[in-house]
Write a protein that binds this ligand. Sequence first.
Ligand code: FAD
Length: 233
Amino acid sequence: VVRWIGAKRHIIAYADDNKNIYNLSTTQPDTNFAAAPSATYTTRGSKSAMLGVFQDFCPMIQRMLNHVPEGEVCEWKLRVHAPLPTWVHKTVALVGDACHPTLPHLAQGAAQAIEDAAAIAASLSRLPDTQPSTINKALRVYEKIRKDRAYALVEMAAASGRTLHLGDGAAKEERDKQFAALKQGNGKVPDKWADADVQKLIYGFDTTKETLENFDNIFNGLEEQVINGVNGH
Ligand SMILES: Cc1cc2nc3c(=O)[nH]c(=O)nc-3n(C[C@H](O)[C@H](O)[C@H](O)COP(=O)(O)OP(=O)(O)OC[C@H]3O[C@@H](n4cnc5c(N)ncnc54)[C@H](O)[C@@H]3O)c2cc1C
């Protein structure tokens, strides 16, 4: 994985599909979505607009971006969202981007959706019965296990993006000093994705185990909600 980072812009590049695809993922201030805020969240982008965004990056980047086939530029709308008060309504639960969309700077969007699935599977595996109110409680166990962790990572990804995309000024100089110190092997890691402690926090967590170990405690502490309607829907 190779990354190039500048003020408000960022390129991450890596081979995929057994080296059959070379993927270039970039972030930059958008103009398309900002001009049409209610448009769908993904759209076809323009190669010439992309080249314009990175025109002041080094010549190697220009050559690399010029290799992108015409018509293969896609754009996604990336936004920071306020946390939702709840992820569960009766016997329905939100998962993945529907409840914790994230900026991409920790590469955790899909990973956190998979943790949601693991927590739901573990929670439902411990259902004492299949009454709608019991399912609702089990889903609230899922929410309890996942919410703080997911939102902490969403916030960390946004914070890391802010640090990486700093423009000229004292904060950027301080960040660059930290990057320089890191090359000597010490100090804080401004890029949280590359921070060993953060990687341990992300990848050292067993969601299934956490859910199974805490299920009884959380489940028994939750008040039962009356679920009306056919089958609780
Ligand atoms: C450029 C980019 C790079 C990324 N890189 C990474 C990475 O390295 N690692 C990582 O973990 N994550 C990454 N992500 C994030 C990841 O792709 C998302 O977090 C993940 O796809 C979310 O999964 P989801 O199932 O919640 O939502 P989605 O993948 O958005 O799935 C929702 C599905 O619902 C469908 N849908 C919408 N409305 C309806 C409807 N009314 N009826 C029926 N179907 C509907 C949509 O078409 C879609 O298929 C990246 C995202 C982007 C944009």
